[in-house]
Design a protein around this ligand. Structure first.
Ligand SMILES: Nc1ncnc2c1ncn2[C@@H]1O[C@H](COP(=O)(O)OP(=O)(O)OP(=O)(O)O)[C@@H](O)[C@H]1O
Ligand code: SF4
Ligand SMILES: [Mg+2]
Length: 368
């Protein structure tokens, strides 16, 4: 951990014991976030994005959840703090913006009063100053006529305005880190772009670090500096945004890129990723992505790939057995992948590959 490090997550693992079995929601996720940095966490539904951040914030029920690893925030391990100590850090130091503002805004209280309450809970100021600060913040996040709109109830706001109000609430305490979990999913494309612009602008202005969670790789394109691609609770690939977009290594990242409308990777034809995410109670053997992977090789069926350095910089890491040089989307890289698959695929993997080709919508593992 150096001076610039704000948050260091090491081997974060979250398990939910249920009557059907243990849900392996998050497995050995590690990353470091510097002050003012933006990290994008991307993956399909159920890949463990929200659970990993709820664990960091101490918002999971500890008596029904097994959490291990380390979450060091400015040198303190959040996983060892008491609920009271965590409450102090939440809001004051780390704020969250959720997908559904109704989950955080109380329907029976005026929006301005709720933001003022958040200010009062942490800062020793008068009620009038807290109210004035709420109006100022609403104006700052682009709510027109903030003074009168502060007196509205949440249902009087549009979806985009409610999301802006949530961001105002998050900013009310000048946190060092904002975790935004699918902050724009429920909004239409234009409003979505406005909210992302707002987050980016505020982040650059105040130097707040940001973790942006989304299932849409396109959303992180303009904002994030580093990206973690999650699959089945694990980090499949970790890299700078440019490496993820222009030099992807993991076939799942490649699949996500090819399924973004209007991306250069999808210029020819949109290719959705075949199959469904696996059950986290019964994960496929070997590489969890193998039942959906067009490059599946024999070893992928039995060995679990570790996250290892690929490319030259060392910071780019991928959990895939394809050669480390197989980066990018060019025909040359494709040839490299094809050669590796030719050498590494024999009868067992060939059967899986055939099943994927024959039944692209197959759910979970296609091998017994
Ligand atoms: N309290 C819980 N008990 C049991 N399983 C849970 C619990 N909370 C989450 N899960 C499971 O953990 C897995 C990861 O969930 P998570 O909410 O992190 O997914 P996500 O990546 O955020 O997905 P989405 O994009 O749909 O929000 C899912 O399979 C989910 O069903
Ligand atoms: S390890 Fe094998 S199955 Fe997994 S992503 Fe790489 S090539 Fe595909
Ligand atoms: Mg989620």
């Amino acid at each position: 951990m150096n001076d610039k490090t704000l948050l260091e997550v090491r081997d974060l693992t979250v398990r939910f014991p249920t009557s059907d079995g243990v849900v392996q929601a998050v497995s050995e996720v590690s990353y470091t976030l510097s002050r003012g940095e933006t990290l994008g966490v991307v993956g399909e539904s159920g890949s463990g994005k929200s659970v990993s951040n709820l664990a960091i914030m101490g918002l999971l029920n500890r008596s029904r959840t097994a959490i291990s690893g380390h979450v060091e925030y400015l040198g303190r391990d959040l996983l060892t703090l008491s609920p009271a100590e965590l409450r102090k850090i939440r809001g004051k130091d780390i704020a969250m913006v959720f997908q559904d503002p109704f989950a955080s805004l109380h329907p029976m209280y005026r929006v301005g009063d709720q933001i003022a309450e958040a200010v009062l809970a942490h800062d020793d100021v008068s009620k009038d100053s807290a109210r004035a600060r709420a109006v100022e913040l609403l104006g700052h996040v682009g709510i027109p006529n903030a003074k009168s709109r502060a007196r509205d109830y949440p249902h009087q706001f549009s979806g985009g305005m409610r999301q802006r109000a949530m961001i105002a609430m998050a900013l009310s305490l000048s946190p060092k880190l904002i975790i935004a979990d699918e902050p724009t999913t429920a909004l239409d494309a234009t409003v979505q772009a406005q909210i992302l612009d707002l987050l980016l602008h505020l982040q650059q202005e105040s130097g707040t670090a940001l973790i942006l969670i989304t299932h849409d790789l396109g959303v992180v394109a303009d904002i994030a500096e580093d990206v973690i691609v999650m699959y089945a609770g694990r980090a499949a690939e970790k890299a700078s945004k440019d490496d993820i977009f222009y030099r992807p290594h993991h076939p799942y990242t490649k699949g996500l890129l090819e399924s973004i409308p209007n991306s250069s990777a999808a210029a020819e034809r949109l290719k959705p990723i075949s199959g469904q995410p696996p059950s986290l109670i019964r994960l496929p053997t070997g590489c969890a992505f193998h039942p959906r992977c067009a490059y599946v090789m024999d070893r992928c069926l039995t060995e679990e790939p570790n996250l290892v350095a690929v490319g030259e910089a060392g910071a780019h890491r991928s959990a895939c057995f394809l050669p480390a040089r197989a980066l990018g989307l060019s025909e040359q890289t494709e040839e490299l992948r094809r050669r590796a698959v030719g050498e590494g695929r024999h009868a067992a993997a060939a059967e899986v590959a055939e099943a994927i080709a024959a039944s692209p919508e197959a759910e979970g593992s296609v091998i017994a």
